[in-house]
Design a protein around this ligand. Structure first.
Ligand SMILES: [Cu+2]
Length: 410
Protein backbone atom coordinates (compact mmCIF):
# COMPACT_ATOMS: atom_id res chain seq x y z
CA UNK A 1 0.00 0.00 0.00
CA UNK A 2 2.20 2.69 1.20
CA UNK A 3 5.84 3.58 1.27
CA UNK A 4 8.03 0.75 2.16
CA UNK A 5 10.30 0.84 5.14
CA UNK A 6 13.52 2.69 4.59
CA UNK A 7 16.10 0.39 3.17
CA UNK A 8 19.81 0.98 2.96
CA UNK A 9 20.46 2.61 -0.35
CA UNK A 10 22.87 1.42 -2.97
CA UNK A 11 23.29 4.89 -4.41
CA UNK A 12 26.40 7.00 -3.96
CA UNK A 13 26.71 8.58 -0.58
CA UNK A 14 26.14 12.18 0.23
CA UNK A 15 28.80 14.01 2.19
CA UNK A 16 29.09 13.19 5.82
CA UNK A 17 26.85 15.51 7.76
CA UNK A 18 28.68 18.45 9.30
CA UNK A 19 27.74 19.50 12.77
CA UNK A 20 24.60 21.54 13.04
CA UNK A 21 25.18 25.22 13.53
CA UNK A 22 22.30 26.78 15.44
CA UNK A 23 23.17 30.21 14.12
CA UNK A 24 22.33 29.16 10.62
CA UNK A 25 19.62 26.67 11.49
CA UNK A 26 22.14 24.03 10.61
CA UNK A 27 22.15 24.75 6.91
CA UNK A 28 25.42 23.46 5.63
CA UNK A 29 26.00 24.57 2.19
CA UNK A 30 28.60 22.28 0.75
CA UNK A 31 26.88 18.98 1.05
CA UNK A 32 23.53 20.20 -0.13
CA UNK A 33 25.01 21.92 -3.13
CA UNK A 34 26.76 18.71 -3.94
CA UNK A 35 23.49 16.85 -3.86
CA UNK A 36 21.72 19.44 -5.92
CA UNK A 37 24.50 19.47 -8.46
CA UNK A 38 23.75 15.87 -9.09
CA UNK A 39 20.23 16.74 -10.12
CA UNK A 40 21.34 19.70 -12.15
CA UNK A 41 23.84 17.55 -13.97
CA UNK A 42 21.28 14.86 -14.41
CA UNK A 43 23.80 12.08 -14.19
CA UNK A 44 21.94 10.10 -11.63
CA UNK A 45 21.40 6.44 -12.05
CA UNK A 46 18.04 5.08 -11.12
CA UNK A 47 19.49 2.19 -9.19
CA UNK A 48 16.92 1.73 -6.53
CA UNK A 49 14.51 -1.10 -6.96
CA UNK A 50 10.99 0.10 -7.53
CA UNK A 51 8.45 -2.37 -6.31
CA UNK A 52 5.05 -2.27 -4.75
CA UNK A 53 3.50 1.09 -5.55
CA UNK A 54 1.11 0.97 -8.47
CA UNK A 55 1.18 3.99 -10.75
CA UNK A 56 -2.53 4.40 -10.22
CA UNK A 57 -1.88 5.29 -6.61
CA UNK A 58 0.16 8.26 -7.65
CA UNK A 59 -1.12 11.67 -8.50
CA UNK A 60 -3.98 12.52 -6.27
CA UNK A 61 -6.21 9.69 -7.28
CA UNK A 62 -8.66 8.93 -4.51
CA UNK A 63 -6.79 7.15 -1.79
CA UNK A 64 -9.76 5.66 0.01
CA UNK A 65 -9.77 1.94 -0.16
CA UNK A 66 -6.07 1.53 -0.73
CA UNK A 67 -4.85 2.74 2.63
CA UNK A 68 -5.04 0.92 5.91
CA UNK A 69 -8.08 1.59 7.99
CA UNK A 70 -6.03 3.52 10.52
CA UNK A 71 -5.18 6.09 7.85
CA UNK A 72 -8.58 6.21 6.24
CA UNK A 73 -10.30 6.96 9.47
CA UNK A 74 -7.55 8.93 11.12
CA UNK A 75 -7.41 6.50 13.99
CA UNK A 76 -5.06 7.58 16.71
CA UNK A 77 -2.77 4.66 17.15
CA UNK A 78 -0.61 4.93 20.17
CA UNK A 79 0.52 1.36 19.99
CA UNK A 80 1.75 -0.92 17.26
CA UNK A 81 3.96 -0.53 14.25
CA UNK A 82 3.34 1.79 11.34
CA UNK A 83 2.57 0.04 8.05
CA UNK A 84 4.63 2.79 6.37
CA UNK A 85 7.87 2.27 8.17
CA UNK A 86 7.52 -0.63 10.55
CA UNK A 87 8.41 1.80 13.33
CA UNK A 88 6.22 2.48 16.34
CA UNK A 89 3.62 5.19 15.85
CA UNK A 90 4.48 7.94 18.36
CA UNK A 91 1.83 8.73 20.90
CA UNK A 92 -0.66 11.28 19.63
CA UNK A 93 0.18 10.58 16.03
CA UNK A 94 -1.74 8.56 13.48
CA UNK A 95 -0.41 6.56 10.59
CA UNK A 96 -0.82 9.75 8.54
CA UNK A 97 1.88 11.47 10.55
CA UNK A 98 4.27 8.59 10.16
CA UNK A 99 3.69 8.40 6.42
CA UNK A 100 3.97 12.18 6.01
CA UNK A 101 7.24 12.24 7.92
CA UNK A 102 8.59 9.38 5.85
CA UNK A 103 7.98 11.36 2.65
CA UNK A 104 10.02 14.29 3.92
CA UNK A 105 12.70 11.94 5.19
CA UNK A 106 13.00 10.50 1.71
CA UNK A 107 13.10 14.00 0.17
CA UNK A 108 16.07 15.16 2.22
CA UNK A 109 17.76 11.85 3.09
CA UNK A 110 21.06 12.28 4.88
CA UNK A 111 20.85 16.04 4.44
CA UNK A 112 18.39 16.19 7.32
CA UNK A 113 21.31 16.87 9.65
CA UNK A 114 23.02 19.60 7.61
CA UNK A 115 19.63 21.24 6.98
CA UNK A 116 18.79 21.27 10.66
CA UNK A 117 15.71 19.07 10.34
CA UNK A 118 16.53 16.19 12.65
CA UNK A 119 14.33 17.68 15.34
CA UNK A 120 11.38 16.88 13.09
CA UNK A 121 12.66 13.92 11.12
CA UNK A 122 14.90 12.09 13.55
CA UNK A 123 18.47 11.12 12.81
CA UNK A 124 19.08 9.98 9.25
CA UNK A 125 22.51 8.55 8.42
CA UNK A 126 24.55 10.94 6.32
CA UNK A 127 25.00 8.39 3.56
CA UNK A 128 21.28 8.09 2.79
CA UNK A 129 20.84 9.91 -0.53
CA UNK A 130 17.92 12.31 -1.05
CA UNK A 131 15.27 10.81 -3.31
CA UNK A 132 15.96 13.14 -6.23
CA UNK A 133 19.46 11.73 -6.59
CA UNK A 134 18.01 8.27 -7.27
CA UNK A 135 16.15 9.15 -10.45
CA UNK A 136 17.21 10.29 -13.91
CA UNK A 137 16.49 13.94 -14.67
CA UNK A 138 15.48 15.37 -18.03
CA UNK A 139 15.85 18.93 -19.22
CA UNK A 140 19.56 18.47 -19.94
CA UNK A 141 21.00 21.18 -22.20
CA UNK A 142 21.60 20.01 -25.75
CA UNK A 143 24.41 21.86 -27.49
CA UNK A 144 23.76 22.36 -31.19
CA UNK A 145 26.24 21.48 -33.88
CA UNK A 146 26.97 24.20 -36.41
CA UNK A 147 26.39 23.94 -40.15
CA UNK A 148 27.74 27.31 -41.23
CA UNK A 149 25.68 29.67 -39.12
CA UNK A 150 22.82 27.21 -38.67
CA UNK A 151 22.38 25.73 -35.20
CA UNK A 152 21.50 22.07 -35.69
CA UNK A 153 19.73 20.02 -33.06
CA UNK A 154 19.32 16.26 -33.58
CA UNK A 155 16.68 14.60 -31.50
CA UNK A 156 15.08 11.21 -31.36
CA UNK A 157 11.54 10.44 -30.26
CA UNK A 158 11.51 7.32 -28.16
CA UNK A 159 9.45 5.02 -26.04
CA UNK A 160 11.03 4.70 -22.64
CA UNK A 161 10.52 3.54 -19.12
CA UNK A 162 10.59 6.50 -16.75
CA UNK A 163 10.78 6.55 -13.01
CA UNK A 164 8.67 9.31 -11.56
CA UNK A 165 9.91 8.16 -8.18
CA UNK A 166 12.56 5.58 -7.38
CA UNK A 167 10.17 3.43 -5.36
CA UNK A 168 7.43 3.30 -7.95
CA UNK A 169 7.38 0.96 -10.91
CA UNK A 170 8.54 2.83 -14.03
CA UNK A 171 5.82 4.22 -16.27
CA UNK A 172 5.65 3.62 -20.01
CA UNK A 173 6.56 7.10 -21.14
CA UNK A 174 7.69 8.85 -24.31
CA UNK A 175 10.68 11.15 -24.48
CA UNK A 176 12.85 13.25 -26.72
CA UNK A 177 16.38 11.83 -26.53
CA UNK A 178 15.11 9.47 -23.84
CA UNK A 179 14.32 12.10 -21.24
CA UNK A 180 11.34 13.89 -19.70
CA UNK A 181 11.35 16.86 -20.11
CA UNK A 182 13.23 16.58 -23.38
CA UNK A 183 16.58 18.29 -23.84
CA UNK A 184 16.72 22.00 -23.11
CA UNK A 185 17.17 23.81 -26.42
CA UNK A 186 18.57 27.32 -26.10
CA UNK A 187 19.22 29.74 -28.96
CA UNK A 188 19.45 33.47 -29.49
CA UNK A 189 16.87 35.66 -31.17
CA UNK A 190 17.69 35.77 -34.89
CA UNK A 191 19.51 32.44 -34.93
CA UNK A 192 18.77 30.09 -37.77
CA UNK A 193 17.66 26.82 -36.21
CA UNK A 194 17.47 23.37 -37.77
CA UNK A 195 15.82 20.75 -35.60
CA UNK A 196 15.81 17.18 -36.90
CA UNK A 197 13.50 14.72 -35.20
CA UNK A 198 13.81 10.98 -35.83
CA UNK A 199 10.65 9.13 -34.91
CA UNK A 200 11.42 5.84 -33.17
CA UNK A 201 7.84 5.40 -32.01
CA UNK A 202 5.55 2.72 -33.43
CA UNK A 203 3.10 5.55 -34.27
CA UNK A 204 3.16 8.87 -36.12
CA UNK A 205 3.85 12.22 -34.49
CA UNK A 206 4.57 15.89 -35.17
CA UNK A 207 6.60 18.47 -33.27
CA UNK A 208 5.30 21.95 -32.57
CA UNK A 209 7.50 24.78 -31.31
CA UNK A 210 5.06 26.50 -29.00
CA UNK A 211 5.22 30.29 -28.80
CA UNK A 212 7.42 30.77 -31.85
CA UNK A 213 6.13 33.32 -34.33
CA UNK A 214 7.17 31.54 -37.50
CA UNK A 215 7.56 33.39 -40.76
CA UNK A 216 6.50 30.21 -42.60
CA UNK A 217 3.48 28.46 -41.14
CA UNK A 218 4.72 25.17 -42.55
CA UNK A 219 7.27 25.01 -39.72
CA UNK A 220 4.47 24.97 -37.17
CA UNK A 221 4.43 21.19 -36.74
CA UNK A 222 0.74 20.32 -37.02
CA UNK A 223 0.05 17.12 -38.97
CA UNK A 224 -2.52 17.60 -41.76
CA UNK A 225 -2.40 21.38 -41.35
CA UNK A 226 1.25 22.24 -41.94
CA UNK A 227 2.80 18.85 -42.77
CA UNK A 228 2.17 15.13 -43.04
CA UNK A 229 2.63 13.19 -39.83
CA UNK A 230 6.14 11.89 -39.17
CA UNK A 231 5.94 8.14 -39.71
CA UNK A 232 7.79 5.54 -37.64
CA UNK A 233 11.42 5.48 -38.74
CA UNK A 234 11.23 8.85 -40.53
CA UNK A 235 13.30 11.93 -39.77
CA UNK A 236 11.61 15.31 -40.16
CA UNK A 237 13.50 18.60 -40.28
CA UNK A 238 12.15 21.91 -39.04
CA UNK A 239 14.15 24.96 -40.05
CA UNK A 240 13.43 28.54 -39.14
CA UNK A 241 14.90 31.79 -37.87
CA UNK A 242 14.07 32.17 -34.17
CA UNK A 243 12.01 35.33 -34.44
CA UNK A 244 10.82 36.21 -30.94
CA UNK A 245 12.73 35.87 -27.70
CA UNK A 246 11.19 34.20 -24.69
CA UNK A 247 10.47 31.05 -22.72
CA UNK A 248 8.94 28.77 -25.32
CA UNK A 249 8.34 25.03 -25.49
CA UNK A 250 8.35 22.20 -27.98
CA UNK A 251 5.95 19.31 -27.81
CA UNK A 252 3.98 16.79 -29.80
CA UNK A 253 0.96 18.20 -31.59
CA UNK A 254 -0.37 14.83 -32.75
CA UNK A 255 -2.35 12.46 -30.58
CA UNK A 256 -1.21 15.05 -28.08
CA UNK A 257 -3.39 14.21 -25.11
CA UNK A 258 -1.57 10.91 -25.01
CA UNK A 259 1.84 11.91 -26.39
CA UNK A 260 2.36 15.12 -24.38
CA UNK A 261 0.74 13.51 -21.36
CA UNK A 262 3.35 10.76 -21.58
CA UNK A 263 6.33 13.11 -21.81
CA UNK A 264 6.83 14.49 -25.33
CA UNK A 265 7.62 18.01 -24.18
CA UNK A 266 10.61 20.23 -23.61
CA UNK A 267 11.79 23.82 -23.19
CA UNK A 268 12.84 25.99 -26.12
CA UNK A 269 14.41 29.17 -24.85
CA UNK A 270 15.15 32.02 -27.20
CA UNK A 271 17.45 34.51 -25.50
CA UNK A 272 17.06 38.18 -26.42
CA UNK A 273 19.68 39.35 -28.89
CA UNK A 274 20.48 42.22 -26.53
CA UNK A 275 22.44 40.68 -23.66
CA UNK A 276 21.28 43.43 -21.32
CA UNK A 277 17.76 41.99 -21.66
CA UNK A 278 18.73 38.50 -20.46
CA UNK A 279 17.96 37.39 -16.89
CA UNK A 280 21.56 37.55 -15.65
CA UNK A 281 22.11 41.12 -16.77
CA UNK A 282 18.59 42.45 -16.35
CA UNK A 283 17.80 40.99 -12.93
CA UNK A 284 21.16 39.82 -11.65
CA UNK A 285 19.94 36.23 -11.80
CA UNK A 286 22.55 33.61 -11.00
CA UNK A 287 20.31 30.66 -11.77
CA UNK A 288 17.98 30.11 -14.71
CA UNK A 289 15.51 27.41 -13.74
CA UNK A 290 13.16 25.65 -16.12
CA UNK A 291 10.09 24.44 -14.27
CA UNK A 292 7.87 22.37 -16.55
CA UNK A 293 4.86 20.76 -15.00
CA UNK A 294 2.55 18.05 -16.22
CA UNK A 295 -0.46 16.25 -14.83
CA UNK A 296 -1.19 13.11 -16.82
CA UNK A 297 0.90 9.94 -16.87
CA UNK A 298 2.75 9.66 -13.60
CA UNK A 299 0.40 12.07 -11.87
CA UNK A 300 1.31 15.60 -10.91
CA UNK A 301 4.91 16.23 -11.85
CA UNK A 302 7.58 18.92 -11.85
CA UNK A 303 10.19 18.28 -14.53
CA UNK A 304 9.09 14.66 -14.80
CA UNK A 305 9.06 13.77 -11.11
CA UNK A 306 6.72 13.89 -8.17
CA UNK A 307 7.55 14.56 -4.53
CA UNK A 308 9.63 13.27 -2.85
CA UNK A 309 11.71 12.67 -6.01
CA UNK A 310 11.43 16.29 -7.20
CA UNK A 311 14.70 18.20 -7.29
CA UNK A 312 14.85 21.08 -4.82
CA UNK A 313 15.92 24.52 -5.94
CA UNK A 314 19.05 25.39 -4.02
CA UNK A 315 20.34 28.94 -3.67
CA UNK A 316 22.57 30.90 -1.33
CA UNK A 317 21.46 33.91 0.64
CA UNK A 318 21.86 36.91 -1.62
CA UNK A 319 21.24 34.99 -4.81
CA UNK A 320 18.53 36.00 -7.24
CA UNK A 321 16.94 33.16 -9.19
CA UNK A 322 14.98 33.22 -12.41
CA UNK A 323 12.18 30.65 -12.76
CA UNK A 324 10.51 29.80 -16.05
CA UNK A 325 7.16 28.14 -15.38
CA UNK A 326 5.84 26.10 -18.29
CA UNK A 327 2.54 24.27 -18.13
CA UNK A 328 2.41 21.21 -20.38
CA UNK A 329 -0.55 19.77 -18.51
CA UNK A 330 -4.29 19.95 -18.99
CA UNK A 331 -5.25 22.11 -16.01
CA UNK A 332 -4.16 25.26 -14.24
CA UNK A 333 -1.65 25.04 -11.40
CA UNK A 334 -1.09 27.91 -8.92
CA UNK A 335 2.57 27.92 -7.90
CA UNK A 336 3.13 29.12 -4.39
CA UNK A 337 6.44 30.14 -2.88
CA UNK A 338 6.59 30.07 0.90
CA UNK A 339 8.51 32.93 2.42
CA UNK A 340 9.20 34.83 -0.78
CA UNK A 341 7.34 37.01 -3.20
CA UNK A 342 7.83 36.40 -6.88
CA UNK A 343 8.38 39.31 -9.23
CA UNK A 344 6.51 38.27 -12.37
CA UNK A 345 8.41 39.68 -15.32
CA UNK A 346 7.22 37.95 -18.49
CA UNK A 347 4.23 36.11 -19.83
CA UNK A 348 4.54 33.72 -22.77
CA UNK A 349 7.94 35.16 -23.51
CA UNK A 350 6.73 38.75 -23.55
CA UNK A 351 8.42 41.06 -21.03
CA UNK A 352 5.78 42.74 -18.86
CA UNK A 353 7.72 45.98 -18.56
CA UNK A 354 5.77 48.46 -16.48
CA UNK A 355 3.11 45.80 -15.94
CA UNK A 356 5.44 43.61 -13.87
CA UNK A 357 3.77 42.57 -10.62
CA UNK A 358 4.41 40.66 -7.41
CA UNK A 359 2.70 37.50 -6.26
CA UNK A 360 3.41 34.59 -3.99
CA UNK A 361 0.88 32.40 -5.79
CA UNK A 362 0.87 32.42 -9.57
CA UNK A 363 -1.71 30.54 -11.62
CA UNK A 364 -0.20 29.03 -14.75
CA UNK A 365 -2.69 27.81 -17.34
CA UNK A 366 -2.04 25.04 -19.85
CA UNK A 367 0.26 26.30 -22.58
CA UNK A 368 1.31 29.37 -20.61
CA UNK A 369 4.84 30.33 -19.67
CA UNK A 370 5.47 32.82 -16.90
CA UNK A 371 8.90 34.06 -15.85
CA UNK A 372 9.48 34.98 -12.22
CA UNK A 373 12.35 36.49 -10.27
CA UNK A 374 12.89 35.54 -6.63
CA UNK A 375 15.39 37.29 -4.36
CA UNK A 376 16.61 34.73 -1.84
CA UNK A 377 17.50 36.96 1.09
CA UNK A 378 16.85 34.62 4.03
CA UNK A 379 18.07 31.09 4.72
CA UNK A 380 15.75 28.21 5.26
CA UNK A 381 14.01 25.22 3.83
CA UNK A 382 10.97 26.78 2.20
CA UNK A 383 8.12 24.73 0.76
CA UNK A 384 7.34 25.44 -2.89
CA UNK A 385 4.27 23.80 -4.40
CA UNK A 386 1.13 23.94 -6.47
CA UNK A 387 -1.68 25.18 -4.26
CA UNK A 388 -4.43 22.91 -5.53
CA UNK A 389 -4.31 20.71 -2.49
CA UNK A 390 -5.32 17.41 -4.14
CA UNK A 391 -2.22 17.88 -6.34
CA UNK A 392 0.14 18.00 -3.38
CA UNK A 393 -0.99 16.45 -0.16
CA UNK A 394 -3.00 13.38 0.77
CA UNK A 395 -3.56 10.84 3.46
CA UNK A 396 -0.03 9.56 3.11
CA UNK A 397 1.63 12.96 3.17
CA UNK A 398 2.90 15.23 0.45
CA UNK A 399 3.20 13.99 -3.12
CA UNK A 400 3.22 15.29 -6.69
CA UNK A 401 3.75 19.00 -7.30
CA UNK A 402 5.86 19.76 -4.26
CA UNK A 403 9.49 20.72 -3.93
CA UNK A 404 11.47 23.13 -1.78
CA UNK A 405 13.44 26.29 -2.21
CA UNK A 406 16.45 25.70 -0.02
CA UNK A 407 18.30 28.92 0.76
CA UNK A 408 21.70 28.28 2.30
CA UNK A 409 23.66 30.76 4.38
CA UNK A 410 25.93 32.90 2.27
CU1 LIG B 1 -1.70 21.73 -9.39
Amino acid sequence: MNDQPSTPSTSPSADAAPATDPATHGLARRSFLKGAAVAAGGVVAATVAAPALGASRWGGAPLRGVLPAAMEHGTTTAQGASPSTGEPVPEGWTEHDVAAREKVRRFVGGLAGPLGLTEYLGEIPADVPPEFTKVVHGNQPLEPTLDGDVKVFDLTIDEMEWQIDARMAPVKALGYNGMWPGPLLRVVEGDRVRARFTNNLPETTGVHFHGVEFEDFRQDGIPFVTQLPIKPGETFTYEFVAPNAGSHMYHSHHNATDQVGRGLLGAFIVEPKDEAERPAAKYGATQDIVFIHNDSLGGFTINGHGFPATAPIVAKVGETIYIRYMNEGVMMHPWHTHGFRQRIVARDGNPLGTAEFYADTLGVNPGERWDAVVVCDRPGVWAFHCHILPHVEGLDGMFGMVTALVVLPA
